[in-house]
Ligand binder design. Structure first.
Ligand SMILES: Cc1cc2nc3c(=O)[nH]c(=O)nc-3n(C[C@H](O)[C@H](O)[C@H](O)COP(=O)(O)OP(=O)(O)OC[C@H]3O[C@@H](n4cnc5c(N)ncnc54)[C@H](O)[C@@H]3O)c2cc1C
Ligand code: FES
Length: 256
């Protein structure tokens, strides 16, 4: 069920020079939200009609937390919203991770988050009951690294070597010597491709959360398709919609 609501922003503060932490309250969205799902956030400036998809970072009671990078005009506008101001949102959108299945099937998991692929991993780590190692990849400034579930082991990689392992999340994995049954990952395509190669070579099951460019955000325009291994039964093409059929996919089903 997708809810459309006009919500009051409770908080909207910068975590780094271009990363913002926004919170709003919605009883219905928070009750239905699963990790990996996202919120379509509408701009108040009517020249920007399309919603901006932002992952659910945390759900605390009725409060939803989203963490976003200022990437263009829409997110710039969002960064200027003050507590008490209202925005239109729809959510929870997309499919999310099947946490019950993961808890019942696997005994350990590695979560990989790169850049703005880190936020959805926070709520996922909170709901997992199995041994969890989290690998976080940053350019330089850290954010959210202290907000994961207390039981999760955190491993950091930075491109400039200012914290953790110098390099990417796979360099941090090598440095840690960690192994696990399952991989869940969200981040830029080059990171997902490298993790896919590692998962295939080591025979591990993997789920990826894709952050494809979107337009309508609700499955109507085909603006967000990604390639699939199998043909879609209805359209007979090797495509799937990230916004409606994803953003979380079984790695073996998609071509990246
Ligand atoms: C499922 C999903 C979850 C995401 N979660 C996060 C998150 O938690 N934090 C975060 O910082 N970013 C996230 N993104 C990326 C975020 O949606 C874009 O950075 C944002 O839409 C850019 O909007 P803009 O107006 O600032 O940029 P502009 O480039 O001006 O946007 C123009 C249009 O293109 C769309 N667009 C541009 N870049 C993207 C993109 N990467 N993905 C989808 N649509 C895009 C915009 O929504 C808008 O409609 C997510 C994307 C997806 C698909
Ligand atoms: S953005 Fe329109 S179908 Fe996905």
């Amino acid at each position: 069920m997708l809810y459309h609501e006009n919500v009051s922003v409770i908080r909207n503060e910068s975590l780094t020079n271009d990363i913002y932490d926004m919170r709003f309250r919605s009883r219905d969205i928070s009750a239905a939200a699963k990790p990996g799902q996202f919120i379509n956030v509408y701009c108040n400036d009517s020249s920007r009609l399309l919603p901006r998809p932002i992952s659910i970072c945390e759900v605390n009671g009725e409060e939803i937390r989203i963490v976003y990078r200022v990437a263009g005009k829409g997110t710039k506008e969002l960064s200027g919203i003050r507590p008490g101001e209202k925005i239109n949102v729809t959510g929870p959108a997309g499919n999310g991770y099947d946490v019950d299945m993961i808890n019942q099937t696997y005994s350990s998991v590695m979560l990989f988050g790169g850049g703005v692929g880190i936020p959805p991993m926070v709520e996922l780590s909170k709901r997992l009951k199995i041994k969890t190692d989290v690998f976080l990849g940053y350019r330089d400034c850290l954010f959210l690294n202290e907000d994961f579930c207390d039981d999760a082991n955190i491993h950091i990689a930075t491109e400039d070597g200012s914290a953790g392992t110098r390099g990417n999340v796979l360099d941090a994995l090598k440095a840690s010597g960690v192994d696990a049954d399952l991989i869940c990952a969200c981040g830029p395509l080059p990171m997902l491709r490298a993790i896919k190669k590692y998962a295939e070579e080591s025979g591990k099951k993997a789920y990826y959360s894709m952050e494809e460019r979107m337009a309508c955000g609700v499955g109507a325009c085909l603006g967000c398709v990604c390639k699939t291994v199998e043909k879609d039964g209805h359209s007979k093409v090797n495509n799937t919609r990230v916004c409606a059929d994803g953003p979380v996919f079984d790695a073996s089903a998609i071509i990246i």
